[in-house]
Ligand binder design. Sequence first.
Ligand SMILES: NC(=O)c1ccc[n+]([C@@H]2O[C@H](COP(=O)([O-])OP(=O)(O)OC[C@H]3O[C@@H](n4cnc5c(N)ncnc54)[C@H](OP(=O)(O)O)[C@@H]3O)[C@@H](O)[C@H]2O)c1
Length: 336
Amino acid sequence: MNTQHQITLAKRPEGLPGQEHFSFEKTDVPSPQKGEVLIQSIYISVDPYMRGRMEDTKSYVEPFQVGRVIDGGVVGKVVESESDKFSKGDYVIGHLGWKEYSTARESIIRKVDKNLAPLSAYLGVLGMPGLTAYFGMTDIGQPEDGETVVISGAAGAVGMIAGQIAKVHGAKVIGIAGSDDKVSLLKEDAGFDEAINYKTTSDIHTALREACPNGVDVYFDNVGGEISDAVYPLLNDFARIPQCGAISSYNKGGDDVGPRIQTYMIKARVRLQGFIVSDYADRFDEGAKQLGMWLQEGKLTYKETINEGFDKIPDAFLGLFSGENTGKQLIKVAEE
Ligand SMILES: NC(=O)c1ccc[n+]([C@@H]2O[C@H](COP(=O)([O-])OP(=O)(O)OC[C@H]3O[C@@H](n4cnc5c(N)ncnc54)[C@H](OP(=O)(O)O)[C@@H]3O)[C@@H](O)[C@H]2O)c1
């Protein structure tokens, strides 16, 4: 019997997690039962929402359990099949474990075609983050020609796509991100009109006011906190806020406290809507098709940060909270 590595939750963090919250273990590679396949993981996704799953709190997704394998998005290759639907050599995507090999029932995986797009793209621009950007921006943000759209977390997996979707709709797009390289990328590669480095600007309020002389019509918010506090006073009448994420508070513990926003919301009749990408599950095909078409037409570009090696998974996850990644953060754990 061959052995493999897997990563479990060692203990629950308070505040910023570290290596000590993850445990590497060696286990036997399982054998698939009837209706199952054995999958070798190739790309493993780490995502900010996993921080929430490290807490033992009720949410839209089950918490990770201490001592149990952490799970998330994985693209891999079928290496053994006991299923009529999948053959050895098929590439598949699914919600699987942080393991080198997983068995999966055929009902929880689907095939991906590496001739249509690179395998990694199915976890990024054509996967969960791309769909989040698509539905958040088109369904809730609804940017119109000539409007001003601000994106926080703009150089990440979701933000970079969300901004480009707003450009497709004819909006002026301003991104907020945490390094000069990210600012250059947004302006030069992703076609944003302006970008602000929130870590080096001396006054984010002034920087935003100067970048948005006509106010803000759509604020696609990935981060919350002080960055969002600086956007609220600039919101135009009937502005829309797709509330996608609030990463600035994920490691704070308890409720984050800031300026009260109700007056801004009332005065400008703002519509703020939190959403979870799975709310749109019955429209995923539509979203993936449209994103694929924009990619083909050259209207969309995407970035990935790919760390190599199974042992790099916790580091890559932790790096999300210090901005180590540009675009989608993945870990490549085996050759295609
Ligand atoms: N609602 C949904 O269904 C849904 C789905 C997917 C993702 N999300 C949320 O969307 C957001 C972006 O997700 P993603 O996958 O695209 O991640 P990501 O942007 O690729 O990675 C996280 C980025 O957040 C920024 N960041 C980290 N700590 C920050 C802080 N304290 N203040 C400001 N920025 C900070 C960093 O960039 P900088 O260098 O710019 O700081 C980092 O690179 C997250 O909040 C995530 O939870 C929501």
